[in-house]
Design a protein. Structure first.
Length: 271
C-alpha cells in the first residue's frame, strides 16, 4: 500500500454503508465509506453494463415502477481507484454481497486490498440471530460488539486471483440469477424461487407485496440453510410470470406490487 493512498471502507449497498459508517464513527474512525451499487446476483453481468442491466430488468422482471432500479458507476470507480487502499466488508452467505465482492476483486485486477469477512461470524445479535447471514441484518451495535473490525486482514494475491477467476466464469455463464450454494456463488435459472413463491401463496386473495414479504422471510429464516435472500424485484417479476403462466392467479390494475392481488389457482393447478 502506498503511504499516500487514502484508506477507505467499501461495502455493497447504501443501507449497509450507512450502518457501517455509524459503527466506525462510534469508535472514532472518520474514514470514508463507499457504497457500491448494483444487485449483481441477478441480471446480465457480461459485462455488468448499467444500461444493459436496466433494459433487461424492465423487459424480464417488469419491476415496480415506484422502486428506483438505476445503478451508478461512480462508487465503483472511487473504490477501485489507485489513489485509495480499500478495506472491503462482506458476508459471503448473502448472494448480493458475494456477487458485489467478486466483481470488486475482478476489477482490482490483482491490486492489494484488505477484507473484513463476516461469513460464519460466531456472534449473537440483539435479535438472537446466531451467525448472521448478511451484513444487512447487523445493526451498528452488533458490528461493534462482535469485534468484526478486528477480523481485518490482507486479501492475498492468490485469493484475489481465485475470486476474479470465479467471477469470470460466472460472467461467461451470464445466468439470470446467482445464488449461494455450499459457500460458493453459482448460476441459477430464472425460475429458481418459483416454488418458494407458490408455497407462500394461499387460496385467498392477498396483496402481492404481502406474499413477496412472506417469501423473503421464508427464504432468509425458515429454510435450511437460512439466508437465501433475494430481492423483492426478482420475486415480483416471478409473481407476474407465474400469473401469466397460470401457476398463480393474479388480479388488479397494476403496475406495482401493491396494486395486484394473488392466490393459488382455484382449479388446483400448480407451476
Amino acid at each position: 500500500m502506498s503511504d499516500a493512498a487514502e484508506m477507505v471502507h467499501v461495502t455493497w449497498g447504501v443501507s449497509r454503508a450507512d450502518t457501517l459508517r455509524e459503527a466506525l464513527r462510534s469508535q472514532g474512525d472518520d474514514a470514508r465509506v463507499i457504497a457500491l451499487s448494483g444487485s449483481l446476483n441477478y441480471g446480465p453481468i457480461n459485462p455488468p453494463d448499467p444500461d444493459v442491466r436496466h433494459a433487461w430488468l424492465k423487459a424480464v422482471l417488469r419491476p415496480d415502477p415506484y422502486a428506483d432500479q438505476r445503478e451508478v458507476e461512480e462508487p465503483w470507480a472511487e473504490a477501485t481507484s489507485a489513489r485509495v487502499h480499500p478495506i472491503y466488508w462482506v458476508c459471503k452467505s448473502d448472494a448480493g454481497e458475494h456477487a458485489s465482492f467478486l466483481e470488486f476483486a475482478f476489477r482490482m485486477n490483482g491490486r492489494s486490498f484488505d477484507i473484513i469477512d463476516a461469513t460464519d461470524l460466531d456472534f449473537v445479535t440483539r435479535d438472537g440471530i446466531r451467525r448472521p447471514w448478511s451484513l444487512g441484518i447487523m445493526r451498528r451495535e452488533d458490528i461493534v460488539a462482535s469485534g468484526l473490525g478486528d477480523k481485518r486482514r490482507a486479501f492475498s494475491r492468490a485469493e484475489c486471483a481465485a475470486a476474479a477467476a470465479a467471477w469470470a466464469a460466472l460472467r461467461r455463464e451470464d445466468a439470470p440469477l446467482r445464488i449461494v450454494h455450499d459457500g460458493r456463488l453459482v448460476s441459477a435459472p430464472l425460475t429458481h424461487f418459483d416454488a418458494a413463491l407458490i408455497s407462500q401463496a394461499t387460496g385467498d386473495w392477498e396483496v402481492a407485496a404481502r406474499v413477496i414479504g412472506r417469501t423473503m422471510h421464508h427464504l432468509a429464516v425458515e429454510v435450511d440453510p437460512p439466508g437465501q435472500a433475494v430481492s423483492d424485484i426478482v420475486l415480483f417479476g416471478r409473481i407476474q410470470a407465474l400469473g401469466d403462466a397460470g401457476g398463480l392467479e393474479m388480479r388488479g390494475p397494476g403496475p406495482g406490487m401493491r396494486d395486484y392481488e394473488v392466490r393459488t389457482p382455484s382449479t388446483g393447478l400448480s407451476a
